[in-house]
Design a protein around this ligand. Structure first.
Ligand SMILES: [Zn+2]
Length: 497
Protein backbone atom coordinates (compact mmCIF):
# COMPACT_ATOMS: atom_id res chain seq x y z
CA UNK A 1 0.00 0.00 0.00
CA UNK A 2 2.93 2.28 0.74
CA UNK A 3 4.14 2.00 -2.84
CA UNK A 4 0.70 2.89 -4.18
CA UNK A 5 0.52 5.97 -1.97
CA UNK A 6 3.87 7.00 -3.40
CA UNK A 7 2.62 6.41 -6.92
CA UNK A 8 -0.47 8.53 -6.41
CA UNK A 9 1.65 11.31 -4.94
CA UNK A 10 3.85 11.15 -8.04
CA UNK A 11 0.79 11.23 -10.30
CA UNK A 12 -0.59 14.32 -8.60
CA UNK A 13 2.75 16.09 -8.85
CA UNK A 14 2.78 15.12 -12.54
CA UNK A 15 -0.63 16.71 -13.05
CA UNK A 16 0.53 19.81 -11.19
CA UNK A 17 3.56 20.13 -13.46
CA UNK A 18 1.34 19.73 -16.52
CA UNK A 19 -0.65 22.72 -15.31
CA UNK A 20 2.40 24.87 -14.67
CA UNK A 21 4.14 24.00 -17.93
CA UNK A 22 2.18 26.39 -20.12
CA UNK A 23 4.97 28.79 -21.15
CA UNK A 24 5.47 29.06 -24.92
CA UNK A 25 8.51 30.65 -26.57
CA UNK A 26 7.81 33.56 -28.92
CA UNK A 27 7.83 32.54 -32.57
CA UNK A 28 6.41 33.63 -35.91
CA UNK A 29 4.03 30.72 -36.48
CA UNK A 30 1.73 29.60 -33.69
CA UNK A 31 2.54 26.13 -32.36
CA UNK A 32 0.46 23.31 -33.82
CA UNK A 33 -1.70 22.03 -30.93
CA UNK A 34 -1.96 18.66 -32.67
CA UNK A 35 1.81 18.14 -32.60
CA UNK A 36 1.88 15.88 -29.52
CA UNK A 37 -0.64 13.51 -31.12
CA UNK A 38 0.93 13.04 -34.56
CA UNK A 39 2.85 9.86 -33.65
CA UNK A 40 -0.52 8.09 -33.34
CA UNK A 41 -2.24 9.10 -36.59
CA UNK A 42 -1.63 10.37 -40.10
CA UNK A 43 -2.35 14.08 -40.35
CA UNK A 44 -3.71 13.60 -43.90
CA UNK A 45 -6.51 11.58 -42.28
CA UNK A 46 -8.01 14.72 -40.74
CA UNK A 47 -10.60 16.67 -42.75
CA UNK A 48 -9.41 20.14 -43.83
CA UNK A 49 -12.04 21.81 -41.63
CA UNK A 50 -11.05 19.88 -38.48
CA UNK A 51 -11.52 22.05 -35.38
CA UNK A 52 -9.16 21.03 -32.58
CA UNK A 53 -10.59 23.60 -30.15
CA UNK A 54 -14.01 21.93 -30.27
CA UNK A 55 -12.54 18.46 -29.70
CA UNK A 56 -12.36 17.21 -26.08
CA UNK A 57 -9.03 16.20 -24.57
CA UNK A 58 -8.43 13.68 -21.83
CA UNK A 59 -5.44 13.21 -19.54
CA UNK A 60 -5.71 9.92 -17.71
CA UNK A 61 -3.47 8.67 -14.91
CA UNK A 62 -4.34 5.05 -14.21
CA UNK A 63 -3.09 2.39 -11.84
CA UNK A 64 -4.16 -1.13 -12.77
CA UNK A 65 -3.89 -4.01 -10.33
CA UNK A 66 -4.78 -6.94 -12.60
CA UNK A 67 -4.92 -9.62 -9.89
CA UNK A 68 -7.51 -7.57 -8.01
CA UNK A 69 -9.18 -6.49 -11.30
CA UNK A 70 -8.96 -2.95 -9.97
CA UNK A 71 -8.43 0.32 -11.81
CA UNK A 72 -7.82 3.53 -9.88
CA UNK A 73 -7.56 6.72 -11.82
CA UNK A 74 -7.38 10.46 -12.00
CA UNK A 75 -8.82 12.05 -15.12
CA UNK A 76 -8.68 15.55 -16.41
CA UNK A 77 -11.09 16.28 -19.26
CA UNK A 78 -11.18 19.50 -21.26
CA UNK A 79 -14.18 20.31 -23.45
CA UNK A 80 -16.26 23.12 -24.90
CA UNK A 81 -19.94 23.76 -24.26
CA UNK A 82 -21.46 23.21 -27.73
CA UNK A 83 -25.10 23.35 -26.62
CA UNK A 84 -25.77 27.01 -27.44
CA UNK A 85 -26.93 27.67 -23.90
CA UNK A 86 -25.47 27.85 -20.40
CA UNK A 87 -24.88 24.42 -18.86
CA UNK A 88 -25.13 23.53 -15.21
CA UNK A 89 -25.21 19.73 -15.53
CA UNK A 90 -22.32 17.84 -17.12
CA UNK A 91 -22.68 14.09 -17.70
CA UNK A 92 -19.97 11.46 -17.66
CA UNK A 93 -20.81 7.82 -18.39
CA UNK A 94 -20.07 5.00 -15.96
CA UNK A 95 -20.62 2.21 -18.48
CA UNK A 96 -18.92 -0.51 -16.37
CA UNK A 97 -22.03 -0.38 -14.13
CA UNK A 98 -24.30 -1.58 -16.96
CA UNK A 99 -25.70 -5.04 -16.13
CA UNK A 100 -24.31 -6.48 -19.39
CA UNK A 101 -20.78 -5.47 -18.27
CA UNK A 102 -21.20 -6.35 -14.60
CA UNK A 103 -18.51 -4.09 -13.13
CA UNK A 104 -18.54 -1.50 -10.38
CA UNK A 105 -17.47 2.05 -11.10
CA UNK A 106 -17.70 5.13 -8.93
CA UNK A 107 -16.44 8.65 -8.98
CA UNK A 108 -14.67 9.60 -5.77
CA UNK A 109 -14.23 13.34 -6.27
CA UNK A 110 -14.67 16.04 -8.92
CA UNK A 111 -12.98 19.43 -9.13
CA UNK A 112 -13.42 22.35 -11.48
CA UNK A 113 -10.03 23.43 -12.79
CA UNK A 114 -7.91 25.47 -12.69
CA UNK A 115 -9.67 26.92 -9.62
CA UNK A 116 -9.58 23.51 -7.98
CA UNK A 117 -12.79 23.75 -6.03
CA UNK A 118 -14.89 20.67 -5.39
CA UNK A 119 -17.99 20.08 -7.51
CA UNK A 120 -21.01 17.96 -6.55
CA UNK A 121 -21.98 14.83 -8.46
CA UNK A 122 -24.56 12.08 -8.22
CA UNK A 123 -25.29 8.78 -9.97
CA UNK A 124 -27.85 8.97 -12.78
CA UNK A 125 -29.32 6.84 -15.59
CA UNK A 126 -29.39 3.70 -13.43
CA UNK A 127 -25.82 4.45 -12.36
CA UNK A 128 -24.60 4.23 -15.98
CA UNK A 129 -23.71 7.92 -15.65
CA UNK A 130 -22.79 10.54 -13.09
CA UNK A 131 -24.37 13.98 -13.24
CA UNK A 132 -21.87 16.65 -12.25
CA UNK A 133 -23.54 19.87 -11.15
CA UNK A 134 -21.55 23.08 -11.52
CA UNK A 135 -21.93 25.86 -8.99
CA UNK A 136 -21.46 28.51 -11.69
CA UNK A 137 -23.01 27.72 -15.07
CA UNK A 138 -20.75 27.17 -18.06
CA UNK A 139 -21.67 29.78 -20.72
CA UNK A 140 -22.14 28.65 -24.34
CA UNK A 141 -18.93 28.22 -26.37
CA UNK A 142 -16.81 28.37 -23.20
CA UNK A 143 -14.27 25.70 -22.32
CA UNK A 144 -14.24 23.74 -19.08
CA UNK A 145 -11.66 21.55 -17.37
CA UNK A 146 -12.87 19.00 -14.87
CA UNK A 147 -10.65 16.76 -12.84
CA UNK A 148 -12.00 13.66 -11.15
CA UNK A 149 -10.93 10.57 -9.27
CA UNK A 150 -12.52 7.18 -9.85
CA UNK A 151 -12.30 3.49 -9.05
CA UNK A 152 -13.40 0.52 -11.08
CA UNK A 153 -13.75 -3.11 -10.09
CA UNK A 154 -13.93 -5.35 -13.15
CA UNK A 155 -15.77 -8.67 -12.87
CA UNK A 156 -14.32 -12.16 -13.27
CA UNK A 157 -16.54 -14.10 -15.64
CA UNK A 158 -16.81 -16.98 -18.08
CA UNK A 159 -18.54 -17.15 -21.44
CA UNK A 160 -18.78 -13.96 -23.49
CA UNK A 161 -16.67 -11.40 -21.62
CA UNK A 162 -16.38 -7.94 -23.14
CA UNK A 163 -15.37 -6.27 -19.88
CA UNK A 164 -13.55 -8.04 -17.05
CA UNK A 165 -11.22 -10.97 -16.51
CA UNK A 166 -11.45 -14.34 -18.17
CA UNK A 167 -8.73 -16.90 -18.87
CA UNK A 168 -5.92 -14.56 -17.92
CA UNK A 169 -7.08 -11.69 -20.13
CA UNK A 170 -8.37 -8.52 -18.44
CA UNK A 171 -10.44 -6.52 -20.94
CA UNK A 172 -10.92 -2.88 -19.97
CA UNK A 173 -12.93 -0.89 -22.49
CA UNK A 174 -15.13 1.92 -21.02
CA UNK A 175 -12.77 2.07 -17.98
CA UNK A 176 -12.89 5.82 -17.29
CA UNK A 177 -15.62 8.47 -16.90
CA UNK A 178 -16.42 9.16 -20.56
CA UNK A 179 -17.91 12.52 -21.30
CA UNK A 180 -21.40 11.93 -22.71
CA UNK A 181 -21.79 12.94 -26.35
CA UNK A 182 -22.97 16.51 -26.84
CA UNK A 183 -25.90 16.95 -29.21
CA UNK A 184 -25.29 20.61 -30.04
CA UNK A 185 -28.94 21.26 -29.16
CA UNK A 186 -30.32 23.54 -26.47
CA UNK A 187 -33.23 21.39 -25.33
CA UNK A 188 -31.33 18.16 -24.75
CA UNK A 189 -27.62 18.99 -24.75
CA UNK A 190 -26.46 15.44 -23.85
CA UNK A 191 -26.99 11.98 -25.32
CA UNK A 192 -28.21 10.01 -22.31
CA UNK A 193 -29.54 6.72 -23.66
CA UNK A 194 -29.00 3.46 -21.83
CA UNK A 195 -27.95 0.90 -24.46
CA UNK A 196 -29.87 -2.39 -24.68
CA UNK A 197 -27.91 -5.53 -23.73
CA UNK A 198 -27.46 -6.78 -27.31
CA UNK A 199 -26.26 -3.50 -28.88
CA UNK A 200 -23.00 -1.54 -28.91
CA UNK A 201 -22.52 0.58 -25.83
CA UNK A 202 -20.55 3.78 -26.14
CA UNK A 203 -22.07 6.98 -27.47
CA UNK A 204 -19.15 9.37 -27.30
CA UNK A 205 -17.49 12.32 -28.97
CA UNK A 206 -14.21 12.18 -30.82
CA UNK A 207 -11.37 13.17 -28.45
CA UNK A 208 -7.60 13.15 -27.95
CA UNK A 209 -6.03 11.18 -25.09
CA UNK A 210 -2.83 11.32 -23.14
CA UNK A 211 -2.74 8.30 -20.83
CA UNK A 212 -0.27 7.08 -18.23
CA UNK A 213 -0.79 3.56 -16.91
CA UNK A 214 1.08 2.07 -13.96
CA UNK A 215 0.85 -1.70 -13.51
CA UNK A 216 2.98 -4.75 -12.63
CA UNK A 217 5.94 -5.09 -15.03
CA UNK A 218 5.11 -8.61 -16.27
CA UNK A 219 1.82 -7.45 -17.81
CA UNK A 220 1.44 -6.62 -21.50
CA UNK A 221 -0.76 -3.60 -22.12
CA UNK A 222 -2.66 -3.15 -25.40
CA UNK A 223 -4.50 0.14 -25.91
CA UNK A 224 -6.14 2.54 -28.34
CA UNK A 225 -3.02 4.72 -28.18
CA UNK A 226 0.62 4.75 -29.21
CA UNK A 227 3.16 4.02 -26.49
CA UNK A 228 5.62 6.90 -26.14
CA UNK A 229 7.67 5.87 -23.12
CA UNK A 230 7.98 2.86 -20.87
CA UNK A 231 9.84 3.16 -17.55
CA UNK A 232 10.09 1.40 -14.19
CA UNK A 233 9.50 2.98 -10.80
CA UNK A 234 12.06 2.44 -8.03
CA UNK A 235 9.79 -0.19 -6.51
CA UNK A 236 9.43 -2.11 -9.74
CA UNK A 237 6.10 -1.01 -11.25
CA UNK A 238 5.98 -0.39 -15.00
CA UNK A 239 4.84 3.05 -16.17
CA UNK A 240 3.58 3.27 -19.76
CA UNK A 241 2.77 6.60 -21.34
CA UNK A 242 0.52 6.74 -24.39
CA UNK A 243 -0.95 9.34 -26.67
CA UNK A 244 -3.82 8.77 -29.06
CA UNK A 245 -4.93 10.11 -32.39
CA UNK A 246 -8.47 11.47 -32.71
CA UNK A 247 -10.44 8.53 -31.30
CA UNK A 248 -14.01 7.91 -30.20
CA UNK A 249 -13.17 6.03 -27.00
CA UNK A 250 -10.16 4.71 -25.11
CA UNK A 251 -9.92 0.93 -24.60
CA UNK A 252 -7.33 -1.34 -22.96
CA UNK A 253 -6.51 -5.01 -22.53
CA UNK A 254 -3.88 -6.37 -20.17
CA UNK A 255 -2.51 -9.85 -19.57
CA UNK A 256 0.66 -11.56 -18.40
CA UNK A 257 0.03 -14.37 -20.88
CA UNK A 258 -0.59 -12.80 -24.29
CA UNK A 259 2.19 -13.21 -26.85
CA UNK A 260 2.86 -10.60 -29.51
CA UNK A 261 3.63 -10.74 -33.23
CA UNK A 262 4.42 -7.55 -35.17
CA UNK A 263 4.55 -6.73 -38.85
CA UNK A 264 4.71 -3.52 -40.89
CA UNK A 265 1.99 -3.19 -43.52
CA UNK A 266 1.69 -0.15 -45.78
CA UNK A 267 3.95 1.73 -43.37
CA UNK A 268 1.80 1.01 -40.30
CA UNK A 269 2.63 -1.40 -37.50
CA UNK A 270 0.21 -4.28 -36.99
CA UNK A 271 0.50 -6.10 -33.64
CA UNK A 272 -1.43 -9.27 -32.94
CA UNK A 273 -1.68 -10.97 -29.54
CA UNK A 274 -2.61 -14.56 -28.69
CA UNK A 275 -2.45 -16.98 -25.78
CA UNK A 276 0.49 -19.45 -25.91
CA UNK A 277 -1.77 -22.46 -26.56
CA UNK A 278 -3.18 -20.72 -29.65
CA UNK A 279 0.14 -20.04 -31.42
CA UNK A 280 -0.89 -21.41 -34.84
CA UNK A 281 -4.14 -19.42 -34.89
CA UNK A 282 -2.16 -16.41 -33.63
CA UNK A 283 0.01 -16.65 -36.76
CA UNK A 284 -3.05 -16.90 -39.00
CA UNK A 285 -4.62 -13.89 -37.25
CA UNK A 286 -1.56 -11.84 -38.21
CA UNK A 287 -1.64 -13.09 -41.80
CA UNK A 288 -5.34 -12.23 -42.13
CA UNK A 289 -4.98 -8.84 -40.43
CA UNK A 290 -2.15 -7.91 -42.81
CA UNK A 291 -4.10 -9.08 -45.86
CA UNK A 292 -7.24 -7.22 -44.76
CA UNK A 293 -5.28 -4.02 -44.13
CA UNK A 294 -3.71 -4.19 -47.61
CA UNK A 295 -7.11 -4.62 -49.27
CA UNK A 296 -8.95 -1.89 -47.32
CA UNK A 297 -6.05 0.55 -47.72
CA UNK A 298 -6.48 0.20 -51.46
CA UNK A 299 -10.24 -0.09 -51.97
CA UNK A 300 -11.35 2.44 -49.28
CA UNK A 301 -8.58 4.85 -48.23
CA UNK A 302 -5.30 4.49 -46.30
CA UNK A 303 -5.83 3.53 -42.64
CA UNK A 304 -5.88 6.70 -40.47
CA UNK A 305 -3.78 5.59 -37.47
CA UNK A 306 -0.12 4.60 -37.39
CA UNK A 307 -0.65 1.24 -35.66
CA UNK A 308 -3.31 -1.43 -35.34
CA UNK A 309 -3.74 -4.04 -32.60
CA UNK A 310 -5.63 -7.30 -32.93
CA UNK A 311 -6.00 -9.38 -29.78
CA UNK A 312 -7.46 -12.75 -28.94
CA UNK A 313 -10.27 -11.98 -26.49
CA UNK A 314 -12.74 -14.00 -24.39
CA UNK A 315 -15.65 -12.95 -26.62
CA UNK A 316 -16.42 -16.51 -27.86
CA UNK A 317 -16.82 -16.50 -31.67
CA UNK A 318 -17.61 -12.74 -31.76
CA UNK A 319 -15.39 -9.70 -32.04
CA UNK A 320 -15.54 -6.10 -30.94
CA UNK A 321 -14.05 -2.95 -32.38
CA UNK A 322 -12.39 -0.09 -30.55
CA UNK A 323 -10.27 2.65 -32.11
CA UNK A 324 -7.00 1.06 -33.28
CA UNK A 325 -7.77 -2.02 -31.13
CA UNK A 326 -9.80 -5.07 -32.14
CA UNK A 327 -11.03 -7.99 -30.03
CA UNK A 328 -11.20 -11.29 -31.91
CA UNK A 329 -13.11 -14.06 -30.16
CA UNK A 330 -11.15 -16.98 -28.72
CA UNK A 331 -13.42 -19.57 -30.37
CA UNK A 332 -12.06 -18.49 -33.77
CA UNK A 333 -8.57 -19.45 -32.53
CA UNK A 334 -9.78 -22.91 -31.44
CA UNK A 335 -12.99 -24.61 -32.58
CA UNK A 336 -14.22 -22.21 -35.28
CA UNK A 337 -10.93 -21.36 -37.00
CA UNK A 338 -12.64 -21.29 -40.41
CA UNK A 339 -14.51 -18.14 -39.33
CA UNK A 340 -11.43 -16.23 -38.13
CA UNK A 341 -10.69 -14.55 -41.46
CA UNK A 342 -14.20 -13.19 -41.97
CA UNK A 343 -14.37 -11.99 -38.36
CA UNK A 344 -11.04 -10.16 -38.70
CA UNK A 345 -12.25 -8.62 -41.99
CA UNK A 346 -15.44 -7.48 -40.25
CA UNK A 347 -13.80 -6.01 -37.15
CA UNK A 348 -10.96 -4.29 -39.00
CA UNK A 349 -13.40 -2.63 -41.38
CA UNK A 350 -14.82 -0.84 -38.33
CA UNK A 351 -11.61 1.19 -38.26
CA UNK A 352 -13.07 2.80 -41.40
CA UNK A 353 -16.79 2.46 -40.47
CA UNK A 354 -16.98 3.58 -36.83
CA UNK A 355 -13.51 4.84 -35.87
CA UNK A 356 -12.84 7.07 -38.88
CA UNK A 357 -16.27 7.66 -40.39
CA UNK A 358 -18.24 7.70 -37.16
CA UNK A 359 -21.49 5.95 -36.48
CA UNK A 360 -24.35 6.32 -34.05
CA UNK A 361 -24.68 2.87 -32.42
CA UNK A 362 -27.99 3.77 -30.79
CA UNK A 363 -29.93 5.59 -33.50
CA UNK A 364 -28.56 3.86 -36.63
CA UNK A 365 -26.80 0.68 -35.54
CA UNK A 366 -27.30 -0.79 -39.03
CA UNK A 367 -25.24 1.86 -40.83
CA UNK A 368 -21.78 0.80 -39.63
CA UNK A 369 -22.64 -2.88 -39.08
CA UNK A 370 -24.08 -3.25 -42.57
CA UNK A 371 -21.03 -1.53 -44.06
CA UNK A 372 -18.71 -3.72 -41.96
CA UNK A 373 -20.46 -6.90 -43.09
CA UNK A 374 -20.40 -5.87 -46.71
CA UNK A 375 -16.76 -4.72 -46.50
CA UNK A 376 -15.90 -8.27 -45.43
CA UNK A 377 -17.54 -9.54 -48.62
CA UNK A 378 -15.50 -7.05 -50.65
CA UNK A 379 -12.35 -8.33 -48.97
CA UNK A 380 -13.23 -12.01 -49.48
CA UNK A 381 -14.16 -11.35 -53.12
CA UNK A 382 -10.86 -9.54 -53.69
CA UNK A 383 -8.90 -12.49 -52.29
CA UNK A 384 -10.98 -15.52 -53.34
CA UNK A 385 -13.20 -14.39 -56.20
CA UNK A 386 -16.94 -14.09 -56.92
CA UNK A 387 -17.96 -17.64 -55.95
CA UNK A 388 -16.91 -17.10 -52.35
CA UNK A 389 -18.72 -13.74 -52.35
CA UNK A 390 -21.87 -15.47 -53.59
CA UNK A 391 -21.64 -18.04 -50.82
CA UNK A 392 -21.39 -15.26 -48.18
CA UNK A 393 -24.38 -13.48 -49.70
CA UNK A 394 -26.51 -16.60 -49.59
CA UNK A 395 -25.40 -18.41 -46.46
CA UNK A 396 -24.50 -15.56 -44.17
CA UNK A 397 -27.19 -13.04 -45.11
CA UNK A 398 -30.04 -14.30 -47.34
CA UNK A 399 -30.82 -17.56 -45.54
CA UNK A 400 -30.90 -16.03 -42.02
CA UNK A 401 -33.02 -13.09 -43.24
CA UNK A 402 -35.48 -15.45 -44.95
CA UNK A 403 -35.64 -17.51 -41.77
CA UNK A 404 -36.33 -14.36 -39.73
CA UNK A 405 -39.11 -13.38 -42.11
CA UNK A 406 -40.74 -16.82 -41.93
CA UNK A 407 -40.61 -16.80 -38.13
CA UNK A 408 -41.92 -13.29 -37.53
CA UNK A 409 -38.62 -11.65 -36.59
CA UNK A 410 -38.38 -9.39 -39.65
CA UNK A 411 -38.77 -5.71 -38.77
CA UNK A 412 -37.62 -2.49 -40.48
CA UNK A 413 -33.85 -2.15 -40.01
CA UNK A 414 -33.88 1.65 -39.94
CA UNK A 415 -34.79 1.93 -36.27
CA UNK A 416 -32.92 2.65 -33.09
CA UNK A 417 -31.28 -0.17 -31.14
CA UNK A 418 -34.16 -0.57 -28.65
CA UNK A 419 -36.55 -1.56 -31.47
CA UNK A 420 -34.73 -4.90 -31.81
CA UNK A 421 -34.41 -7.88 -29.50
CA UNK A 422 -31.70 -10.41 -28.73
CA UNK A 423 -33.53 -12.72 -31.19
CA UNK A 424 -33.34 -10.49 -34.26
CA UNK A 425 -30.66 -7.84 -33.66
CA UNK A 426 -27.89 -9.66 -35.52
CA UNK A 427 -30.03 -10.88 -38.41
CA UNK A 428 -31.55 -7.45 -39.00
CA UNK A 429 -28.72 -5.04 -38.15
CA UNK A 430 -25.95 -7.14 -39.72
CA UNK A 431 -27.39 -9.46 -42.39
CA UNK A 432 -30.40 -7.54 -43.71
CA UNK A 433 -28.55 -4.23 -43.83
CA UNK A 434 -25.61 -5.96 -45.57
CA UNK A 435 -28.13 -6.96 -48.26
CA UNK A 436 -29.00 -3.28 -48.69
CA UNK A 437 -25.36 -2.40 -49.40
CA UNK A 438 -25.03 -5.49 -51.57
CA UNK A 439 -28.05 -4.50 -53.66
CA UNK A 440 -26.43 -1.10 -54.30
CA UNK A 441 -23.11 -2.81 -55.06
CA UNK A 442 -24.66 -5.11 -57.63
CA UNK A 443 -26.75 -2.35 -59.19
CA UNK A 444 -23.89 0.12 -59.75
CA UNK A 445 -20.93 -2.23 -60.10
CA UNK A 446 -17.72 -2.49 -58.10
CA UNK A 447 -15.86 0.53 -59.45
CA UNK A 448 -18.68 3.02 -58.85
CA UNK A 449 -19.56 1.48 -55.49
CA UNK A 450 -15.96 1.91 -54.29
CA UNK A 451 -16.05 5.53 -55.48
CA UNK A 452 -19.16 6.02 -53.36
CA UNK A 453 -17.38 4.62 -50.28
CA UNK A 454 -14.25 6.68 -50.95
CA UNK A 455 -16.32 9.85 -51.25
CA UNK A 456 -18.25 8.94 -48.09
CA UNK A 457 -14.93 8.63 -46.22
CA UNK A 458 -13.53 11.82 -47.70
CA UNK A 459 -16.60 13.81 -46.71
CA UNK A 460 -17.32 12.33 -43.28
CA UNK A 461 -13.95 11.32 -41.82
CA UNK A 462 -13.86 11.97 -38.08
CA UNK A 463 -17.48 13.08 -38.29
CA UNK A 464 -20.68 11.14 -37.61
CA UNK A 465 -22.91 10.99 -40.70
CA UNK A 466 -26.56 9.96 -40.75
CA UNK A 467 -28.16 7.53 -43.22
CA UNK A 468 -29.38 10.41 -45.42
CA UNK A 469 -25.77 11.58 -45.78
CA UNK A 470 -24.84 8.17 -47.19
CA UNK A 471 -27.84 8.16 -49.54
CA UNK A 472 -26.89 11.62 -50.84
CA UNK A 473 -23.36 10.41 -51.68
CA UNK A 474 -24.81 7.35 -53.45
CA UNK A 475 -27.02 9.50 -55.64
CA UNK A 476 -24.33 12.09 -56.37
CA UNK A 477 -21.58 9.65 -57.32
CA UNK A 478 -23.51 6.85 -59.01
CA UNK A 479 -26.50 8.73 -60.43
CA UNK A 480 -28.60 5.90 -59.02
CA UNK A 481 -31.72 6.73 -57.00
CA UNK A 482 -31.14 4.79 -53.75
CA UNK A 483 -34.74 5.27 -52.52
CA UNK A 484 -36.22 1.97 -53.77
CA UNK A 485 -33.28 0.04 -52.28
CA UNK A 486 -33.52 1.92 -49.01
CA UNK A 487 -37.27 1.39 -48.75
CA UNK A 488 -37.04 -2.30 -49.53
CA UNK A 489 -34.14 -3.26 -47.25
CA UNK A 490 -34.03 -0.63 -44.51
CA UNK A 491 -37.51 0.84 -44.09
CA UNK A 492 -39.73 -2.19 -44.71
CA UNK A 493 -40.49 -5.52 -43.12
CA UNK A 494 -41.82 -8.58 -44.86
CA UNK A 495 -40.89 -7.41 -48.37
CA UNK A 496 -37.38 -8.74 -48.65
CA UNK A 497 -35.95 -10.99 -49.82
ZN1 LIG B 1 -19.44 -5.07 -36.27
Amino acid sequence: MKSLAFLFAALFIGLLLLELGGCQPLSQTPPDPLQPYYPAFHREALPPDFDFARTPRYELQLVIRPKDRLVQGVQRVHFRNLSGRALRDIYVRQYPNLPQLGGLMKLTWVKRMPEGYAVGFAPDLKNSAARITLINELPPDQDLDLEMGFEILAPQKTGYVLFGESQGILSLPYAYPMLARQTGEKDEPWRLEIPPVFADIAITDLAFYSVTVTLPPDYTLITSGMEMTHTLTSDGWAVHRFISGPIREWAMVTSSKLQKISETVDGNQINTYHLPRDAAAGQSAMAYAAAVMRVYDRIFAPYPYTALDVTEAPTRYLGMEYPKLNFIGMDTYRKAVESQEFLIAHELSHQWWYAWVGSDPYRYPWLDEGLAEHSSLLYMETIYGPQVAERIRTQRWLIPVRWAKQHGYDIPVGQEATAFSSSNYETMVYAKSALFFDALYQAMGRETYLQVLQTFIDRYRFKTPRPEDFLAVVEEISGLDPTPFYEKWILSAGEAP
